[in-house]
Design a protein around this ligand. Structure first.
Ligand code: HPA
Length: 290
């Protein structure tokens, strides 16, 4: 027998089909609109150790995740768990300091709500950032990688179950999931800031354990350049609702087995702190030039 949910507590694990999203999103939009009428052009999801990018957002309204209907607080270390609405480089944005992960026990439908909310608030594009392990042996700690495509190896999708035809089609096209036009803008911004930006394929796994060395070798064989525990479901949902998508992985460590050293989340956060300001410069210029 399953334990009944505690009344009023966020419901982490009830499957949330696409058809259930419109009502949930309406409540989320209402919570935001009770606090600000800012209409973002771009949404930014800030991953592990990268929440500091939000420091540059001007005149921001900050909403803790717990104040958003149905959202639990962020539990992952390095995730503040706030929604910010304000200006970045003069452009109205919504930024999420932290996100929901499958490995926290969350359903795909919750994991993708920040991305879906971007669309509902008026944004036309979303930038997904994350910390990742280097699968490409030439990607050492501190490498910034523009995501060209992804492999969804989580075994989950946010689009299973009855569809919400008003939000997106039953069969989402992912041919150009990672919008080439936006990636060109990212590279132009990185060049202008003198910041090196590689290109590569991101593979999303369930986590929360890091990979085995054999898995990292397998992921390389499959065509991955960086591995992480987020991002792919958000990209699918964002494309489903017609958002343009781009993303940057910060490689915080060489993939398991490449150095013989154990992997730790502290290392992930430390490299995030070091490289965060570099990525912040690129993203500020990117957003300003959109
Ligand atoms: N694997 C998976 N996720 C990660 C890693 C890794 O090596 N580093 C940071 N996030």
């Amino acid at each position: 027998m399953s334990t009944p949910p505690v009344p009023g507590s966020p419901d982490r694990a009830t499957p949330l089909s696409p058809a259930a999203q419109p009502e949930r999103l309406a409540a989320l939009v209402a919570a935001v609109r009770a606090r600000t009428d800012l209409v973002p052009r771009v949404g930014l999801v800030l991953g592990s150790g990268l929440g500091g990018l939000a420091d540059g957002i001007e005149d921001s309204v900050a909403i803790p995740f717990e104040a958003m209907p149905g959202w639990p607080g962020a539990t992952a270390p390095g995730h503040a768990g706030r929604v910010l609405l304000g200006g970045l480089g003069g452009v109205p944005v919504v930024a999420f300091q932290g996100r929901f992960h499958l490995y926290e026990g969350h359903e795909p439908g919750l994991v993708v709500q920040p991305a879906l909310l971007c669309r509902q608030l008026g944004a036309t594009a979303v930038v997904l950032t994350n910390a990742a392990g280097g699968v490409n042996p030439s990607f050492g700690p501190g490498t910034l990688m523009a995501i060209t495509d992804h492999l969804n190896l989580t075994g989950r999708t946010p689009l299973a179950g009855p569809n919400a035809d008003g939000l997106g089609p039953r069969f989402a096209d992912l041919t150009d999931a990672w919008t080439p036009r936006l990636r060109e803008h990212l590279h132009a911004a990185a060049d202008a800031e003198g910041v090196a930006l590689a290109d590569g394929v991101y593979v999303g796994l369930l986590g929360p354990n890091f990979e085995t060395p054999a898995e990292v070798r397998m992921l390389r064989t499959l065509g991955a350049d960086a591995v992480g525990m987020s991002t792919v479901l958000e990209a699918i949902a964002a494309r489903w609702v017609g958002l343009e998508v781009c993303g940057v992985s910060l490689v915080t460590n060489a993939g398991a087995g490449y150095t013989g050293q154990p992997l730790t989340h502290e290392e992930v956060l430390a490299v995030g702190e070091e490289a965060g300001p570099r990525l912040a410069r690129v993203l500020r210029r990117f957003v300003a030039g959109l």
